[in-house]
Ligand binder design. Structure first.
Ligand code: FAD
Ligand code: SF4
Length: 502
């Protein structure tokens, strides 16, 4: 029997489950495939393509250097190179670590290979699908906060000797989430110059004949585990000490603030979540950092990331079709070209995404998806755009984040209320409104901010549905106090905007 291992582009880790039990490296054939058809499914950001292909090529090189027998192929599809490789090495069993995404799992199932295919349980997350399902099925409510506490206990992170949370509380968010004040002294993110391999990939992506999105240069992402570890070290030293307070703040020209920029690397296996969590916890203990920032950061990974992925496999397979509000407006053209909007908040964030394929959490949630929610854009169209545009986007992280958290398209499986906000919130948490042609204080008159008229139109449009959500009752009282004539003007403005008169 000859076993061969197929490594997928988001499984670039030598300890991954399909590799980590192999003793004799030199006798195990390994294959990695750059597949052209696969990347034509969407208008991917060019930097996402460069990141994946460059990281795959670097990983193949590292594996060869470590004594593994590696085949690296570029091909139209997956099946042809797999069949050729199986034949050359007389392979009788292809092992592949279970894909993180349902669509890719289907691709593996649909392959017609002349030998057995075995899926090895994925070890890139802390909770397996089964463990998450066991946790979820024993509960009446599926709150992230409950899951996070269970995670802290299970992995003994930030716990004291009597199994109580360090600092006496599970969550220190009251001390985080401050609006930006004055001139902030933000840390510098760690970026990298493209090496020869990355430059070759950049040239290849530039020559692609199908549509892509965004600017390819400057390309500054890490493409190896060693570089990803440096990004982690830089984050722990420079950003973690002040991570908490301005976690939700948005400032023009400050693209990364104190955020870690680790998601692209975690999501392709260059880093493992446990090592990131342990690095943060060790820094807290050794350097006496503020608990609010460290706990807030650890919650993102041990709580949110694991929960989002667990829920992806827990919800029904038709989750991607959910559309609780029946929103059907098409995605505005400016999502593909930031210069086509005068809304400064959207223009700033979309210009940033075009340039780096990155925006931080609140930019994604409270600018991009908030607009999609209140303007009634089709959740499926917006989800497709997010999946194309971001360097760290994959099916498992898109669906529950965009459809569930961002757009409430699942009717509240994930979020306890829609994340809908008017210009008030954006003005409080950013400096965007100061440089905008729209007036953040106006909701129905001349120059009214679209976030205002869409916000009130959204509340009025879905009053009946929103009434069933307890946390919305205070806001709906404000809606009811609005003079009917003003509400009619607001709704008229929203309708006109969609007709192209913005
Ligand atoms: P930091 O702010 O430094 O946070 C640390 C880490 O926590 C991140 O690297 C990430 O791994 C993890 N994390 C925090 N929140 C989440 C979450 N809700 N889901 C998953 N991981 C989380 N994350 C992606 O990895 N890929 C995406 O395509 C993606 N799309 C999103 C779309 C929307 C509408 C929303 C609301 C969130 C999305 N997120 C996504 C989650 C989160 O915004 C990003 O993980 C984060 O902004 C990445 O930047 P960072 O590494 O600097 O994060
Ligand atoms: Fe965005 Fe409105 Fe503020 Fe302009 S005024 S930046 S459109 S919230």
């Amino acid at each position: 029997m000859t076993v061969g291992v197929w490594i997928l582009g988001d499984q670039l880790w030598e300890n991954q489950a399909a590799l980590n039990r192999i003793d004799d490296k030199s006798s195990l054939p390994i294959i990695l495939i750059e597949c052209w058809q696969h990347v034509q499914q969407r208008r991917y950001h060019q930097q996402k393509l460069v990141l994946i292909w460059s990281a795959m090529r670097h990983f193949a090189k590292e594996l060869r250097g470590g004594g593994w027998q590696v085949t690296y192929t570029k091909s139209e599809d997956f099946e042809a190179p797999l069949k050729a490789w199986i034949q050359v090495h007389n392979i009788t069993e292809v092992r592949v670590m279970a894909p993180n995404d349902r669509p890719f799992l289907q691709i593996v199932h649909n392959l017609r290979l002349p030998c057995k295919t075995t899926l090895i349980p994925n070890n890139q997350f802390l909770w397996t699908e089964t463990e998450f399902k066991d946790w979820a099925s024993s509960r009446k409510r599926l709150l992230m906060e409950d899951f996070y506490r269970a995670s802290r206990q299970r992995f003994q992170v930030l716990m004291d000797s009597s199994n109580k949370p360090i600092g006496g509380k599970w969550n220190f968010d009251k001390e985080n989430r401050q609006p930006p004040k004055g001139k902030l002294d933000t840390p510098k993110p760690l970026w990298f110059e493209p090496d020869t391999i990355t430059q070759e990939v950049i040239a290849q992506v530039k020559s692609l004949s199908f549509p892509t999105y965004g600017k390819i240069e400057p390309f500054r992402w890490a493409v190896t585990r060693e570089q990803a570890m440096q990004v982690l070290d830089n984050f722990i030293a420079q950003c973690l000490p002040a991570f908490g307070p301005y976690q939700d703040a948005m400032v023009t020209g400050e693209e990364t603030m104190w955020h870690s920029l680790l998601s692209p690397y975690l999501n392709i296996g260059l880093l493992h979540p446990l090592e990131v969590i342990q690095a943060a916890e060790t820094a807290y203990l050794e350097k006496n950092l503020n608990l609010n920032g460290v706990e807030g950061f650890i919650r993102q990974i041990l709580g949110w990331r694991e929960y989002i992925r667990g829920m992806y496999f827990y919800v029904d397979a038709d989750y991607f079709e959910k559309n609780w509000f029946n929103h059907t407006q098409p995605l505005p053209e400016f999502f593909w070209d930031a210069s086509k909007t005068d809304m400064n908040c959207l223009r700033q964030v979309l210009t940033q995404v075009e340039g780096s394929a990155y925006a931080h959490h609140i930019q994604r949630l409270m600018i991009l998806s908030n607009f999609g929610l209140i303007a009634g854009i089709s959740p499926q169209e917006l989800e497709k755009w997010f999946h194309s545009a971001f360097v760290d986007a994959y099916d498992w992280v898109m669906q529950t984040n965009v459809l569930g958290m961002g757009l409430f398209a699942d009717g509240g499986v994930l979020a306890s209320k829609p994340y809908a906000a008017s210009a008030n919130y954006i003005n409080k948490m950013s400096d965007y409104c100061g440089g905008c042609k729209f007036d953040r204080t106006v909701r129905s008159g001349e120059n009214a901010c679209p976030f205002n008229f869409f916000y009130w139109d959204f509340l009025a449009r879905h009053r009946d549905k929103l009434q069933s959500i307890g946390r919305m009752s205070f806001i709906l009282l404000n809606l009811d106090k609005m003079p009917p004539a003003e509400l009619a003007t607001i709704r008229q403005k929203a309708a006109e905007w969609h007709l192209g008169s913005q």
